[in-house]
Design a protein around this ligand. Structure first.
Ligand code: CA
Length: 234
């Protein structure tokens, strides 16, 4: 899951970023409203944490511009403590939830999980592909009931693949969802991580879950051919 944090107070922004990265989100930050809006409009995020008081463009203007563009990414607004007008205005403009400053990180994380759940149609805490299960709460994968430990990036990539099971995902789609926006698109990092994931989840003699689509990218399926690597689709 990729989260955009738009917050000008550097300490607060890095506090949120560190916490979310520990929970295995991919986090990008923007320090003013205009930069945040530009990032949000040109990239794909699963949710946005948006401060109200921001330089250049305040949080309401960012939210209004986003929704006017048809962008429905869930937004959690950070408002001043006790300001009822702030909260009402945010919700009226299409915010999904709000949190008053100061807040505990645990509450931010819980609210974020809640708006992410609401925006995901299946409302599930587990993803399944063949006999591979991904637990969205503990971030562990299981195959044949055996626990598989994943790094933050491996988890983010596997989650994206499993959420889009049976769909062919191009390298640029994967890049947009799992890596930060300024990542070099020519890099072979996706293939490197796919290889690592395969080493962890694939079992010899069992059907292959992650298949390569030649010249395009990857697809996750309940059971691909046990031997062939490439699907050979152009
Ligand atoms: Ca602020």
């Amino acid at each position: 899951m990729r989260i955009l944090v738009i917050e000008d107070e550097r300490k607060v922004a890095s506090f949120i970023q560190r916490g979310l990265e520990e929970e295995r989100y991919v986090v990008e930050t923007a320090a003013d409203g205009q930069a945040g809006l530009d990032l949000a409009l040109h990239n794909v995020f699963d949710a946005i944490v948006l401060d109200v008081m921001l330089p250049k463009l305040d949080g309401y203007s960012v939210l209004r511009a986003l929704r006017a563009e048809g962008n429905v990414t869930p937004v959690l607004m950070l408002t001043a403590r006790g300001s009822m007008e702030d909260r009402v205005q945010g919700l009226d403009l299409g915010a999904d939830d709000y949190l008053s400053k100061p807040f505990h990180f645990e509450e931010l994380a819980a609210r974020l999980r809640s708006i992410l759940r609401r925006s995901t149609p299946e409302k599930t805490t587990k993803l399944q592909c063949g006999d591979l299960t991904l637990d969205l709460v503990t971030h562990f994968a299981y195959r044949d009931e055996k626990e598989i430990e994943l790094t933050t990036k491996e988890y983010a990539l596997l989650e994206y693949l499993m959420r889009n099971k049976d769909r062919i995902l191009s390298r640029s789609m994967i890049m947009q969802h799992v890596w930060k926006h300024n990542f070099d698109p020519e890099s072979n990092i996706i293939d490197v991580y796919i290889k690592r994931i395969r080493q962890k989840i694939e079992k010899p003699g069992q059907s292959q879950l992650v298949t390569s689509v030649r010249g395009v990218g990857y697809r996750m399926r309940d059971g691909g051919p046990a031997d062939g690597d490439e699907e050979g689709e152009e």
